[in-house]
Design a protein around this ligand. Structure first.
Ligand code: ATP
Ligand code: MG
Length: 292
C-alpha cells in the first residue's frame, strides 16, 4: 500500500497536466470585499463527450447573502463550487467575484479568498493542529474555540488534544466528525465567501441546528452558499437556488418558491413544506433529504 502511495505521488508530480500558473495582475489583498458572486452563462463539461454538468447557468448572489442550493442528485450543485474554485475550468461564460472574473486570478489567490466544506471531507494524515491550521497562522486558543464551536472539543480532548495524530487521513474520526473538522478549518479563515457542500449530511439534527447557528453567527456579514440537506437549513436562507439537469430552474425566497404552484422546489419537499412550516422549532418529524 505504501508503495502505491509512492507510485501515485510520482504520477501526480510528473504525469498530470499542471494547473495554470499565477496570472497577473494580482487582485488587491482586500478582494473580495463584499463577497458578491455572479455566474454569467456558465457552461461546464468535465470531459469531452459527457453531458453539460452546468448548462448556461446565470445567477447573481449579493454580498452577505445566505443562499441554499437544492436539486436532485447529479443536478450540478457541487459543480457550481467546482467552477467557482476552478477545480474544473469552465467551457463557457464567466464567474465574477466582486465583479472580478475568477478566470484571471491566480489559483492560490482565488482559493485563499474562499472557504469550502467539501462534500467529501478532506482530512490529512497528521495532527489535529496541522489539519485545522496547515499554515500555522492561529493561536491554540483560537483553534480550541473553533473546535468547541463545531462540537469537536470533547472528541479531540479524548484523543489527546491539538497534537493528537489523525491516522489514515482521519479515519479515526467518523464521517460526520471529519465534516465538522472541515467546517472548523473553514471557520478559521477570513474568507468572505463560504461554500458548504452537504456538510451536515452525517451529523445528527441537534448538532446540525447548533452548527447552522455557528455558521450564521461567524458569517453574519459574509456570503454563505450552502448545498442543503434539510428543510430547516433552506428555510432559513435568504434565497433558494433550485438546480435541475445542470440548469437553474428557480432562484427566489423560500416563501415565494413554496407558494409557487408546480415548482420543483415544492416537489422536492414532497409536500413536507406545508407540514414543516406549521411545526414549531424542535419538531419531532424528520425532514426529508431535500436534495434527493
Ligand atoms: P449530489 O447531490 O449527488 O452531490 P450534485 O448535484 O452535486 O449531486 P454534481 O456532482 O455537480 O451533482 O454532478 C453533476 C454532473 O456532473 C453529474 O452527471 C456527475 O456525474 C458529473 N460529474 C461530477 N463531477 C465529475 C467529474 N469530476 N468528472 C466527470 N463527471 C463529473
Ligand atoms: Mg454534490
Amino acid at each position: 500500500m505504501q508503495l502505491v502511495s509512492v507510485e501515485r505521488a510520482h504520477e501526480y508530480s510528473s504525469c498530470l497536466p499542471a494547473e495554470p500558473q499565477q496570472q497577473s495582475p494580482q487582485p488587491p489583498p482586500s478582494w473580495p470585499r463584499c463577497g458578491s458572486v455572479e455566474f454569467r452563462r456558465v457552461v461546464l463539461v468535465y470531459r469531452e463527450g459527457l453531458p453539460k454538468a452546468l448548462d448556461d447557468v446565470s445567477l447573481a448572489v449579493r454580498g452577505g447573502e445566505k443562499v441554499g442550493i437544492v436539486g436532485r442528485t447529479g443536478s450540478g450543485k457541487s459543480s457550481l463550487f467546482a467552477a467557482l474554485f476552478r477545480t474544473a475550468e469552465v467551457n463557457g461564460g464567466r464567474i465574477l467575484l466582486d465583479g472580478l472574473d475568477v478566470a484571471g486570478v491566480g489559483l492560490r489567490q482565488l482559493r485563499s479568498r474562499l472557504a469550502i466544506v467539501p462534500q467529501d471531507p478532506f482530512v490529512f494524515s497528521g495532527t489535529v493542529r496541522e489539519n485545522l491550521d496547515p499554515c500555522g497562522r492561529h493561536r491554540d486558543r483560537q483553534l480550541l474555540e473553533v473546535l468547541n464551536q463545531c462540537h469537536l472539543g470533547p472528541a479531540v480532548d479524548a484523543m489527546g488534544g491539538l497534537d493528537a495524530e489523525l491516522l489514515h487521513r482521519g479515519r479515526t474520526f467518523s464521517l460526520g466528525q471529519r465534516q465538522l473538522l472541515c467546517l472548523a478549518r473553514a471557520l478559521l479563515t477570513e474568507a468572505q465567501v463560504l461554500c458548504v457542500d452537504e456538510a451536515t449530511a452525517s451529523v445528527d439534527r441537534q448538532t446540525d441546528r447548533l452548527l447552522q447557528k455557528t455558521i450564521a453567527e461567524r458569517f453574519r456579514h459574509r456570503t454563505v452558499l450552502t448545498i442543503a440537506h434539510r428543510i430547516n437549513t433552506v428555510m432559513d436562507c435568504d434565497r433558494v437556488l433550485v438546480m435541475h439537469a445542470g440548469k437553474v430552474v428557480d432562484f427566489d425566497t423560500p416563501a415565494a418558491l413554496r407558494r409557487k404552484d408546480g415548482s420543483l422546489f415544492r416537489r422536492l419537499l414532497g409536500g413536507e413544506a406545508d407540514r414543516d412550516a406549521s411545526t414549531p422549532a424542535g419538531e419531532q418529524t424528520p425532514s426529508p433529504d431535500v436534495h434527493v
